[in-house]
Design a binder for this molecule. Sequence first.
Ligand code: C2E
Ligand code: MG
Ligand code: MG
Ligand code: MG
Length: 270
Amino acid sequence: AAKEAGRSTWRRFVPSMQARVESRFELEGELRKALDLQQLRLYLQPKTNREGQVYGTESLVRWEHPEKGLIPPDRFIPLAEDTGMILPLGEWVLKETLQLMTEYPQLSFAVNISPRQFRNPDFVARIKTLIQETGANPQRLTLEVTEGLLITDFNQSSRRMLELQQLGISFSIDDFGTGYSSLSYLKKLPINELKIDRSFVKDLPEDSSDALLVETMMAVAKHLQLSVVAEGVETQAQRDYLYSVDCNLHQGYFYGKPEPARQLLERLKP
Ligand code: C2E
Ligand code: MG
Ligand code: MG
Ligand code: MG
């Protein structure tokens, strides 16, 4: 019976695995063309302050596939990272964002930078060129990086961050709390902001261990004079709890989902 069960599991397993490999392979080829075919779309999600005002946005890329529809970044960013496609893709996101920055001078803009993009030796030079070409003000640009990037190559990362900081660029630690890293790096690096990962916000205010973690992160941030953004705020109860612990900068569906860049920006025009 065990053998029987094993065999039927195997039979079901193989085709689905094959489909996954095929679709990844297929997607990889198509992703190479997506840029040229202008299939990438820049979406923005608002960041809101305690007064309820949108003070900034985060750039979130989507891929508008002709047959598969709108593909979320979780399905192609890792692929782009593995294949090196992240370099032209990340450059596209930066350029699009910097171009918008000049038209909407009242807002700050955040862009996600993947490890391979950040480690590319040309990264600082590329950013400088893009700033010059677009005329964007780097004081209103924040780069979101993850904890993993900072730990694996601390010396190189910190040098690079300092160079970018000298241009006026700010840094935010994305998905903060998921990286199991030492807190000492926060003090040593030019970081301005922590983004509390959605997983800690999801079950607030009921989950007391998440509440404790959020309060601890707030204490760390206060001590190091960092601002804090809570990700994934979906309910009024979450918002109120976060306000009660003095976490006043929020991003999440409660305030607005990511939407096509122009659509959001036009609505925000003063
Ligand atoms: P992230 O940078 O942590 O972005 C936040 C993600 O949480 C976004 O997913 C956003 O749509 C989602 N989100 C925001 N508020 C809520 C909420 O209230 N509830 C729920 N359930 N989700 C919420 P998205 O747009 O699918 O992006 C996923 C990840 O893909 C991003 O996570 C980021 O790591 C990566 N990514 C997106 N765009 C880029 C890009 O241009 N470059 C790079 N390197 N990575 C990107
Ligand atoms: Mg982010
Ligand atoms: Mg995040
Ligand atoms: Mg996240």
